[in-house]
Design a protein around this ligand. Sequence first.
Ligand code: ATP
Ligand code: MG
Length: 740
Amino acid sequence: PSSDRPDYLQRLNPEQRAAIETTDGPLLVLAGAGTGKTRVLTTRFAHILLSGRARPHQILAVTFTNKAAREMRERIGAILGTPVEGLWLGTFHALCARMLRRHAEYVGLSSGFTILDTDDQLRLLKQVIEPLRIDAKRWPSQGILGVIQRWKDRGLTPERVTPAEDTDFANGQCRAAYAAYQARLIQLNACDFGDLMLHVTEILRTRPDVLAQYHRLFRYILVDEYQDTNTIQYLWLRLLAQREGQSANICCVGDDDQSIYSWRGAEVENILRFERDFPGAVIVRLERNYRSTAQILGAASGLIAHNDGRLGKTLRPGREDSSGEKVRVVAVWDSDDEARMVGEEIARLRAGGHSLAEMAILVRAGFQTRAFEERLIALGVPYRVVGGLRFYERAEIRDALAYMRVLSQPADDLAFERIINVPRRGIGAAALQKFHAAARAGNMPLTQAVQDLLAGGEIKGRAREPMAALMDCLQRGRDALPREGHVVVVETLLEEAGYIDMWKADPSPEAPGRVDNLKELVRALADFESLEGFLEHVALVMENEENAGDARVSLMTLHGAKGLEFDTVFLPGWEEGVFPSQRTLDEGGLKGLEEERRLAYVGITRARHRAIISHAASRRIYGNWQSAIPSRFIEELPDEHVATSGAASQARTRTFGHAPEFSQAFPVVARRARMTEALARGTAPDAASGARSAAFGAGERVFHQKFGYGTVTSVDGSRLEIAFEKAGSKRVLDQFIEKI
Ligand code: ATP
Ligand code: MG
């Protein structure tokens, strides 16, 4: 009888309860958006604990984002009435990072390994492929890195890649590049994001003792957003779940209509494989949507019905108050107008007592956020860019992190390279080359090579003293760590190394803000027990989204919004070429279009009460103004759930008298120019991240210690392309050049 059931089960519907009480054996919950899949997973976690089936650390739970992990931890704590510690709860990457620390030696790493960010990955790859003489114009390193990442997503180590797989890119040299890249990573005691899963899976594949250890440890496995697992994630799960002569206690929840990561290697087929790989699997379907009004659900269901090859699910409104507002489709003039409309709507809702935390603007692509950011800043509406994560991307923060990495990992050559001449210590390209040669010859890290060269009196001139000072304060920092603690040591290091002073002495208007950021970084550091713990945290949050905090409007991509919900959702930019994306249209396949449609479905189903779709009549794409056609998805929305409004068509007639040629009309161009000017002067959101290179611009005359005089031809972050008078065109780091 239901009255015997604990309170946390009473609050669920019968199907949800069934999904929780079928505790043992393989279980797949296949259900539409907002039907409580995540809630089932969370409650199941608590149920396993409360019914005494397992202790907290014996459950492995996988979420799609760090934020989702945090929320799940909180909800489990709420159900249990006490915060829980020591959980194996997190993203695939976070869980694998933790596992890899325990067994790093099996893949030739030591447990203090560093996790590289994309910048470092690319830098490293470029270094190791130099001997391969790959034509970088034709086969950019980014592309090679992409190939390597896709192999990693499929669980292929360099040895497992067959020659037949290596034909598309760089004339079949990707395998060699991959092998060299991996070898170098191991030398540096580092790994990239893909390696976290790849290494751990390889260990589980080849070390039965380690696998057995985890089989004993994890009694239950829980997985959210299962439709978006890729091959390596699937392999990892299967290794952990499948056991000799035992049925696996694995529960996955997912929705094929929300599979939106195939471009990152996700395989929706993993849903179909589940029954095959886990015989006797129970499949539970949930049909009641508790999130959205009937109008919103009707619109979303009508849209997704245009996709073929769905597994087929029913979705019914589960809330009593269900009817609600229709989905609004607003036609606007251009992206400025769109931002103004959204801004006004947000201000209006806010004045009506709605919390900003319950509003989100979901865009198809990153470039769309800027207009909204400008507008929200102008209105003084607090917002956060979820997933675009600004703080840790700022140059001064990256520098400081590099100092911390060298402190914690003397073998981290990439980090050391970043800081060796920041602030300037008289190290030119020639000196750096010499250090590298010594390191290679002695098969040792750069820091060691520099130590030896210093000791042998081989670093001379103006570089000697500052280099000796740097090495000295790094060493003293390391020695002091156990005694003084990481916070004091890092703060002291940044001071003594002259890094803080470099910014204090910097006359640019951003410099004081940078010093404040560095202070904030040290504050954040204090929240962690160790330097390594902090660095790992940073590596993980940089990949994912950020932080709860006070009420703010959320700005994020549709991809980043998966699993989330808001009272009000703005869905701007529903135009052909923006959404569906131009790339999808160019490829012309049905598959891509269906994935875009699923993305639209994900977007609409994030809304509880209000969904506001907009499309502009003209849009600037990569600097050009184009007239825009409303997205086909707008047409596919069922009429009965949609209310259309907007003044764009009238505005168009009023201003120019005719529609399509307006992009040529002078007044628009003039307005554009003024806006561009204002933006250049104003608070461009990423102005701070340009750092030192912000000082350089194309056309400027510069001097390089090795290559001599030249003119900047292009700027890409800290990398500059320079036409040298004697040495020809070269790409160099801005640290090595001076303005003249
Ligand atoms: P998505 O597919 O978007 O990830 P989901 O299936 O994971 O959605 P949840 O996020 O778990 O759905 O639930 C959607 C909303 O419905 C949440 O606010 C949740 O608290 C609520 N909910 C779920 N089940 C019930 C229920 N039985 N009674 C009342 N509210 C519920
Ligand atoms: Mg969910």
